[in-house]
Design a protein around this ligand. Structure first.
Ligand code: DAS
Length: 356
């Protein structure tokens, strides 16, 4: 048997193990699918100085991914252009189609994680919807940006890199739908856009779940509300989303909006009340009439943080109303829509609002 001299033997061993390590790494890289829907992360401005004036939903997903070669070191990435819209224009139809695509991909054995690039305006609603109806423990990460990629100090590239990195991580599994913005990993349930022009726009009153820094996740808490695999809801069982709308409470409140939504045939009305979900005296009878006609009334609050106490500002038991707990009106609307696909019993709805 030919024996290599010691030095050559060591070098040959090193080269062989390095080559096999690279081959192994490439072969076992997680496969992350990026579903692009538009938004600022796909936006373009006239000049680098335009960090807030630009057109959203312009850059296609293949260009987004080509502009981020660093992704190759994190995962095997494939892209799909699901929509190309600004997210303020999302409809239930968009939500439904996206949910069906995410659910189908999550079932594929060759898909390890899913990223959705999305406008920031309604990102929180989509993230919560997917959190409720997609039955998978695989990481699903929704990501956007506050500045277009053409701007100075654009945030989209790092946000997208973080999203793919988290979606490729085994330790991100089973934590519900996640949102990566501004180095933070947020719960899709808890997070909202709280500032309309800063890169640190996305906050949760309960804090982020963790941070992602240079492709490594640092976790500090885990969700306690039901989600994904623990959910009783499944996009595969839902045929359509019912009409649920929101009325806003304010000084000099009137009943025009409440009555108009009643005539329009909503199945539930979210009341974004002042303070702890307070309802103006002049609006109570209209809401009671709507309830009596079979419409569910859900008391949320226009005040962003805290949670609405049942039977505090209003006799919810007596009026047979539901409280939205800590959910902001736009999130309460998502949960009410999903819940109504299963039940129209107000006590069941209240259970669902406690649990999700
Ligand atoms: N119009 C916003 C949207 O598409 C742009 C953005 O911030 O993503 O949600």
């Amino acid at each position: 048997m030919r024996i290599f001299p010691p030095a050559h033997r060591w070098l040959a061993g090193l080269l062989l193990s390095a080559a096999s390590a690279v081959a192994m790494a490439q072969a076992v890289k997680p496969h992350v699918v990026v579903l692009a829907t538009g938004g600022t992360i796909a936006g373009a401005g006239a000049s680098a100085a335009n960090s807030a004036t630009y057109a959203a939903a312009k850059v296609p997903v293949d260009k987004l991914l080509a502009g981020l070669p660093e992704l190759a070191s994190v995962a095997k990435v494939s892209g799909e252009q699901v929509f190309q819209i600004a997210s303020e224009s999302f409809t239930n139809d968009h939500l439904f189609k996206l949910g069906q695509r995410v659910s189908a991909l999550a079932k594929q054995a060759d898909v390890d994680g899913i990223v959705i690039t999305h406008g920031t305006d309604t990102l929180e609603e989509t993230a919560y919807f997917l959190n409720l109806v997609v039955r998978t423990a695989k990481p699903i990460v929704v990501v956007g940006s506050m500045r277009p990629g053409t701007a100075l100090s654009a945030d989209g590239a790092l946000n997208l890199y973080d999203a793919v990195s988290v979606a490729a991580s085994k330790d991100a599994a089973g934590k519900g739908v996640l949102v990566t913005m501004n180095d933070e990993i947020q719960s899709g349930r808890d997070v909202s856009k709280t500032i309309n022009i800063k890169t640190e726009a996305f906050k949760s009153q309960w804090g982020p779940l963790g941070m992602v820094v240079e492709g490594k996740n640092y976790w500090f808490r885990a969700p306690v509300k039901r989600h994904t695999t623990q959910s009783e809801f499944n996009i595969d069982d839902i045929q359509a989303l019912p009409a649920v709308d929101i009325v806003y409470g304010y000084s000099n409140m009137n009943t025009t909006g409440i009555e108009a939504y009643g005539k329009a045939g909503v199945k539930a009305l979210i009341h974004a009340g002042t303070g702890n979900g307070s309802v103006a005296a002049q609006a109570v009878e209209s809401l009671k009439t709507l309830r009596a006609s079979g419409v569910q009334i859900v008391r949320s609050a226009r005040v962003p943080d805290g949670f609405v106490l049942r039977n505090a500002e209003q006799p919810d038991d007596k009026y047979d109303w539901v409280v939205a707990h800590d959910l902001r009106p736009q999130k309460a609307r998502i949960l009410a829509m999903v819940a109504l696909t299963k039940t129209n019993d107000s006590k069941e709805l209240q259970r669902i609002f406690w649990e999700y």
